[in-house]
Design a protein around this ligand. Structure first.
Ligand code: 3LM
Length: 400
């Protein structure tokens, strides 16, 4: 496994385990204590006033900040190579808090054509109702962005690899084009995680995550994170999150995500290894028409993946020779693999984007946005790969 670029002098795993917490400052408690408190007492009324005015650091109320969240926010900022982080109630909480913080009526929002279903719905049915001019750009060819960008562009937004069809976008190229403009480049790094890809180091301004996925890693928490410059994150904290969405992460959930981070590198290595084996099997299977996985040499994004990712990730999309019905048959024949949305868990999960995660698009929109009706999405888990293979093979055998 190639060792990813490091942000500070210690390695990725070491920082994910140790940084920004010393047990000796907390009665020796190896695990950070959880601050299950909504509010914080002030020594004097004047102290409270100074904190509200921003003249003095210190906690006020857990919708603004909390010590348990602080550790996670700092660790994630460090792992992503950003200055500051913000822990939110969900991935959607991170995305909405960031965008509400920087957009005004009349501003232009340029988004890639493939987005996670609820992100698409928020932009298409939410933001555009409030005077934001939303334009879809196929950013897999950065020339399209050169044509679309203007002085009105305030946010350029994309996922890489994109949910669900595994398109990749060249982060450095996009960031370079945005340089001459006021626009912030916001990247959803949920699929790759900072272990495999660090958009900020490639020139992006803000990274958002669904921490529900690989960061938490165990399917037991809904959570989100945003990372960026100190100034931007302060604005998202005090405007987007505190006043507009209220989507703050709960301390218990921060504990779960902080725990997940400790094994992120180990889990990602295994997700990647398993996914490579599965993708190779699918590519060879006569029941499968096409496989979308950037680890395959035949994949159009293979070279870009090698350039901007340390490995190819745990997500695969594919279409069966027998089309939509064969995909449904396959899903229903599986015995170990669970039929469920979400991703990045220990358990291998399979779902059908057109009727599930991407049912927020109309059929017509899915067609325009390149999400085919027969596509099946697999989140490759941490089980023994032979068992995942065996379940898929028996499922495929009777799917047509
Ligand atoms: C899913 N995705 O199954 P939360 N960004 C990306 C995501 O994949 C997601 C979010 C943001 C799925 C969830 S679908 C009903 C279940 C790339 C979530 C949003 O708010 O933490 O769910 O993150 O693809």
């Amino acid at each position: 496994m190639k060792v990813p670029m490091t942000h500070s002098s210690k390695g990725f795993a070491t920082r994910a385990i140790h940084s920004f917490y010393n047990p000796l400052d907390h009665e020796g408690a190896l695990t950070p204590p959880m601050h299950l408190t909504s509010t914080f007492a002030f020594e004097t009324a004047e102290e409270g006033g100074r904190r509200f005015a921003g003249d003095e650091p210190g906690y006020i109320y857990s919708r603004v900040s909390n010590p348990t969240l602080d550790i996670l926010e700092k660790r994630m900022a460090d792992l992503e190579g950003g200055q500051a982080g913000l822990a939110t109630a969900s991935g959607m909480g991170a995305i909405t808090s960031v965008l509400w913080s920087f957009l005004e009526p009349g501003d232009e929002l340029l988004v890639d054509k493939t987005l996670y279903g609820c992100t698409f719905a928020y932009m298409r049915h939410g933001l555009s109702r409030f005077g934001i001019n939303l334009t879809y750009v196929d950013m897999s060819d950065s020339e399209n962005l050169v044509q679309a960008i203007s002085d009105q562009t305030k946010i350029i937004y994309f996922e890489t690899p994109a949910n669900p069809n595994m398109r990749l976008i060249d982060i450095a190229k996009i960031a370079n084009i945005a340089k001459g403009f006021e626009a912030r480049v916001v990247v959803d790094n949920t699929y790759a995680t900072p272990y495999l890809c660090r958009p900020i180091e490639l020139g992006a301004d803000i990274v958002v995550h669904s921490a529900t996925k690989y960061l938490g890693g165990h399917g037991d928490v809904v959570a989100g994170l945003a990372i960026g410059s100190s100034e931007d994150m302060e604005q998202v904290r005090l405007v987007g999150m505190k006043d507009m969405t209220g989507a703050v992460m709960a301390p218990f959930n921060a504990m779960l995500v902080t725990r997940g981070l400790k094994t992120l590198n180990l889990r990602m290595d295994r997700h990647c290894q398993n996914a490579m084996v599965i993708a190779n099997m699918l590519e060879k299977s006569s029941a499968v028409q096409s496989v979308f996985y950037p680890g395959l040499e035949s994949d159009p994004y293979h070279e870009l993946a090698k350039k901007q990712m340390a490995d190819f990730g745990g997500m695969i999309a594919f279409e069966l020779t027998g089309g939509y019905q064969a995909g449904i048959n396959l899903m229903n024949r599986l015995k170990m693999i669970h039929r469920a949305v979400s991703l990045g868990d220990a358990e291998t999960l399979i779902q059908h984007p057109a009727s599930m995660t991407h049912s927020t698009y109309t059929e017509e929109e899915r067609k325009t946005h390149g999400i085919s009706e027969g596509l099946v999405r697999l989140s490759v888990g941490l089980e023994n790969v032979e068992d995942i293979l065996a379940d898929l093979e028996q499922g495929l055998a009777g799917s047509s």
